[in-house]
Design a protein around this ligand. Sequence first.
Ligand code: ASP
Length: 331
Amino acid sequence: MLETSKPAGRRVVVLGTGGTIAGRARAAGDNLGYTAGEVGVAELLADVEAPPGTILLAEQVAQIDSKDMEFAVWQRLAQRCDAWLAQPDVAGVVVTHGTDTLEETAFFLQSVLAPGKPVVLTCAMRPATSLSPDGPQNVRDALAVAATPGASGVTVVCAGVIHGAHDVQKVHTYRLDAFASGDAGPIGYVEEGAVRCVRNWPSAPGGRAYPAIDLIAGLAQWPRVEIVTSHAGARGTLVDILVSEHLSASTPSRLDGLVAAATGNGTLHHALEAALLRAQAAGIAVVRATRCAEGRILAHPSAGLRDAGDLTPVKARVALMLELIAAGPRS
Ligand code: ASP
């Protein structure tokens, strides 16, 4: 852990988890052939100034490519955020993270912490060794948000834009401004260190965490929730195999939930829908989430499978896992 020798003030804690922002390539001109999660978080902060009146602290929580995100990292990250936020002199936490699963981690942290102080995830599309890396500016912007009085909840800061955990999605494979907030729009912008909000922060102080962080921290086995996609020519075979494995005494393979990445307003190919209804009847929790990048599923009373509203399939999966955790182990 590094504590920089800055004048005394409120602390802002930077938790490193890896990603392209901590990526290293052999050549400065190479923005593709790099290894994510190589540069330590203390090194990422070496040339970054603390926002006025704050002291920076760095802690390495993980060092991974976020495409390989695991529950154990989420568990540790949530615990470390919770512990730091409980310190009265900590203004907020910044998390450096890969872009690939950033929105899932943001949604997970918002769901389990609902923090009254800011937790700001940031990232980069170019490695730290790039001729022109985007990480340092993103870190500066994230620090500005974390030090902003009155800021709260989990946000993502990338390319000068502040997104809320609920709405943020990675929408571009290459552009530096790779994230968007869909219909909701961003929470605000960071302009030369000044935060300009255009809507409210994700959670009010004291917002209820669900399920409790203690439950997450002590969890030995996470629910297994798979995502299946509805598309032209879809079949129910995959779902039937998962359910029959689950039910089979000879090959016990637990399945707790299924998220159907549905077309349009939550519609499913009839063959897949029939299999999902069979899965639901067998005791598996089934949720429909739209494949559309924007909008929400408008519920209809005739639907046999519940929907995830405006959550994307990956976020609906996180929500369903947390719901199953909160409900406790199945008999
Ligand atoms: N694969 C990288 C990661 O998610 C991509 C990135 O950070 O941009 O860690």
